[in-house]
Structure formats: C-alpha cells, structure tokens
Design a binder for this molecule. Structure first.
Ligand code: ADP
Length: 501
C-alpha cells in the first residue's frame, strides 16, 4: 500500500516507558510499520522518571512552548524528541511539569492511580492531536492504544470531524486489555474538555451514570482491533470476557478484528542475547543449561539432580505482573507441594499487594525451593526466560501475551490456560505439534494436573528436547502483523465514519 502518515498515541513505549506488554507492542509495531515504508510519529508523555540524557531526549527547538487546556486549566507544554527528528520513525514526548513530571506511569508511590489521571489523559490527547498541525505533517491515521489514549480519538471525532474540519485522518483503536476501561465520574467529561452531553445517554462516554473511555473509544474509532483473534472472539461472547462491554463490541462487529502481536526477535533471541550468561540456540542447548545453573545460583535455589546430573524436576519460571488476571491465585495453593516434589520456582513480578505478600510468604517458607524477586528487572526477566525449564502463565484471561512467545523462543515450554492469545500461540501436549502444556478450567487442580504432565514429559529427555525445539522454531512475526494493521488502516480510511455520529 502507499506509505501512510501514522500518529501513534500511547502511554507506554519500550524502552522509554514499559509496565507490561503494551510498551513492547507500540515500539515493535511502530518499527515494523516504518520498515514497511510508513511515516510513524509516536507521541507519549515525558514521564518524570525518564532519563532524558541516557535516552537522548531533548526539547524540539523548532516548536515553541505553548499552553493547552486540561482539567479546566491552561498547562505549559513543550514537545521533546528522541534522537534526531529524522527518519521514518520519530518519537515525541510531551513535557508538562504539572501533570507528567513525577515518578510513575499510571500509579503513585502508594500503588493507587493518580488522582488527576483524567487531566493527564486529556493533555496527552490534545498535545498528540496538535502535533501533526504544528509539524505540518498531515496524519492519515490516528492510532490510539487502550483507554488512556482514547481522548485523542474523541477530540478528532468531536472537534475536527464534527465541525467538518480537515483534521487528522481516520482513527484506529487497539485494545490491549479490555479490563482497564478508565471509568470515571460523569463530571470528568468536563476535565476532558468534552460536552457534558457526551456523559449522559446517548452520549459516547455514558456508562451506567459514569463515563467510560474504553466504551467511548469503541464507539468513536473508525476501526478497532484487539491483540489476538481468540480474545476478539471471547470479548464479544459474554459479559465476563467482554468486561461488560461485549454488547458495545458486538455492535461494532463489522469494524472489530483480532490481530496477533508479534515478538521482537531483535531483543528476544537466545542466540545473541547480551543479557544472558551464555547464549544458545536450537541444535545446541548447552548454553541453556549454563543459564539455568547460573540462575539457580543467583537466586539461591537448591537443585536436586539425578545420577546423570540432570534436574530431577524442572525449574519453573514466572515473569509478569502479580495481578489476578495472571492466574497467580491458581498457583499459590500448589507451589509448596510441587516444591516438595522437587520442582523449583523462580518468580519475578510486582503488582497487587495481597499477591506480592502471599508469594513473599511462600518463598520465605520454601527457602531454596521458591525464589521471589519483587521488582521490575528487565535483565533478570531475560535470565529467567532462558534459565527456566518451563514457563508458567496460567492467566484467567490474556488478550495476547508476549511472555509465552519469549518463553517459546528461549526453549522453555509454556504452561498456559486455554484463553485468548495463549490459546492462539501454544499447542498443548500431547498433540504431535505440541509446543507447551495447556489446561482448560481456571482451577488449581487443573494446573496441577498439567504440571504432572510436565513431570512425565520431563522424564523423557528426547521428547522434552523435541518439545523445546518445536517452540524455538516458531516465529510470531511483526511484519505479518504490520500488514494486518495496514489492512485495518485501509478499512478505516475507506469507512471513516466511526460507530455513530
Ligand atoms: P501484560 O501486558 O499483561 O503485562 P504480556 O505478557 O503481554 O503481559 O507482557 C508482559 C511483558 O512485561 C513481558 O515483556 C514481560 O517480560 C514483562 N514483565 C512483566 N513483569 C516484569 C518484571 N517484574 N520485570 C521485568 N519484566 C517484566
């Protein structure tokens, strides 16, 4: 297709700001689109925690500082750019001392969402939408990611399109996680700078007497997608998977699709990963054993080996947000028992306090068997993907999931629940094409049964290596995903009507 100008509006963009998969996806998709010839301009907030010098972020001299309204007040804003403002992919950061210059991306030090979240989203949206005009760079597509960047899509629809102005082109919403909808009191419409009428029925934002940005985005975007075909189907199937928005999504069925994320194999390649103590690839997994030995030693885990020096039971890794979604509650009741049987566990993650506390207690009880690192640590994440034998991801729901893709590439067969993107990416034992282990119901007993199947397969060394190698050979290719996004952009430009006026 002819090259497009794509404005990416996102709250996370790796490596600048990453809480979970969203940051990886916006970065990899932007790069893949640019590699296919499109002009991509990313706009994200200049968070206080960004190390501007190390990341080569500096003020964009050609644009003066300006004042934008958010939350009923004018705020001083300055645009910054990463690296030289040249090339097909350019990353801009919006500086606003009032709203962004503080530690944290969504939450304060107390773990609670920032009380001025709405103002932050409003300012980000306004600044993003203004940038194409300031740069004299007409955007064909405004691509917003998740509820927190929906204001940009709403402004485009209600301010530009509504007045017949030749504003930025069509809008696309990607839903990375339907569970985070940004629901706020109706009065917040004003802080967003949107007419109060939009907060009451039949306004775009109205949701059971409050406002819901995800819902508004679903209605307002010209096209929308989520990050796997499986999750797209699930989310229209009923209120639970659809997080209360299944009917809204079903109403836009024609405009809604699932596009599987890719993995960025430039970063996630055990054959040349500089963060590993040893590199390896299929055909020669010797380096993986060295990675595991190093990981066991680093985390103070005591290994039980058989007379060939092989681990009696596998080392299980978990890297992820410690939140209900990730199925941590399914793991908790069975880990001690499995540890008693010889399994070892390396757990890295932060999240809900109750889950952090529970894992911390378990690790304290099972010293030498279960290790818990309660921090965000990119390098340790790489060492766990490489050093573990199996990777646990028993999510209750999973829009796509990247961790299981990384685990597959690193030769660590994933143990996953049959849901969303996990079901789309992992083939369960004993299928001849198996790449991992899959269980159905969200129950600890089912996860346990799955780990018993792991144990059996583990005992058959050759079968295990074949399982690893099938997973390592898979590629979830960003270029293929980028072509599917091109189709979505083309449809958005052709349709350009959104859900309703
Ligand atoms: P989600 O987006 O729901 O968090 P994904 O599987 O799509 O789940 O992506 C999670 C990403 O975040 C992976 O790259 C994973 O390695 C990373 N990650 C999660 N928690 C941590 C952590 N504590 N330290 C390092 N990386 C983490």
């Amino acid at each position: 297709m002819a090259p497009l100008n794509v404005l990416m509006v996102c709250a996370e963009y790796a490596p600048l700001a990453k809480v979970g998969g969203l940051g990886d996806v916006t970065a990899a998709l932007s790069a893949a689109l640019a590699a296919r010839g499109h002009q991509v301009r990313v706009v994200m907030p200049l968070y206080g925690q960004l190390d501007r010098e190390a990341l080569d972020i500096r003020p964009l001299k050609k644009l003066p500082g300006l004042a934008l309204r958010a939350g009923g007040r004018m705020r001083d804003v300055r645009y910054h750019v990463r690296g030289r403002a040249a090339g097909r992919l350019q990353v801009f950061c919006v500086e606003c001392a009032d709203l962004f210059d503080r530690p944290g991306i969504y939450n304060g030090p107390d773990g609670e969402p920032f009380p001025d979240a709405v103002e932050r989203m409003a300012l980000h949206g306004r600044a993003a939408l203004l940038l194409p005009r300031l740069l004299d760079w007409p955007a064909d597509i405004v691509h917003v990611h998740d509820a927190q960047t929906v204001p940009a899509a709403l402004y485009r629809r209600l301010w530009y399109a509504g007045r017949g102005l030749p504003g930025p082109g069509a809008t696309v919403l990607t839903i990375h996680n339907l569970a985070h909808q940004e629901i706020h009191p109706a009065a917040a419409a004003e802080a967003l700078g949107l007419p109060a009428g939009q907060a009451v029925y039949p306004g775009l934002l109205e949701f059971h007497g409050r406002i819901n940005l995800m819902k508004a985005g679903i209605l307002a975007a010209d096209r929308l997608n989520t990050v796997s075909p499986g999750y797209a189907r699930e989310t229209v199937s009923g209120p639970e998977a659809g997080c209360g928005l299944h009917e809204v999504l079903a109403g836009r069925r024609e405009a809604y699709t699932g596009i599987l994320n890719g993995a960025d194999y430039r970063t996630w390649d055990p054959g040349r990963d500089p963060l590993l103590p040893a590199v390896y690839d299929s055909g020669d997994l010797g380096g993986k054993v060295r990675c595991r030995d190093a990981l066991l030693a680093e985390l103070g885990l005591e290994a039980e080996t058989d007379r060939h020096g092989r681990l009696r039971r596998p080392l299980c890794g978990f890297v992820g947000r410690l939140v209900t979604q990730k199925g941590v509650d399914l793991m908790l009741p069975i880990l001690a028992r499995l540890a008693g049987d010889g399994f070892r566990f390396a757990i890295l993650g932060t999240g809900e306090k109750r889950l952090e506390d529970a894992v911390r207690r378990l690790a304290a009880d099972q010293r030498g068997r279960i290790a818990f690192c309660d921090r965000y640590d990119e390098a340790l994440a790489h060492r766990i993907y490489a050093g573990c034998d199996v990777f646990l991801m028993p999510s209750l729901f999973e829009p796509c999931g990247l961790s299981q893709m990384y685990a597959l590439r690193y030769g660590s067969p994933p143990v996953v629940r049959r849901t969303g993107g996990l079901a789309d990416t992992v083939v369960g034992h004993p299928d001849p094409d198996a790449t991992g282990f899959v269980f159905g119901e969200p129950r600890s007993e089912d996860l346990l049964a799955c780990l018993r199947a792991v144990e059996k397969t583990w005992a058959d060394r050759d079968a295990w290596v074949r399982l690893q190698e099938r997973g390592m050979a898979l590629r979830f290719d960003w270029n293929a995903s980028a072509t599917a996004y091109e189709d979505l952009y083309a449809a958005a430009l052709a349709g350009r009507e959104g859900g309703r006026p």
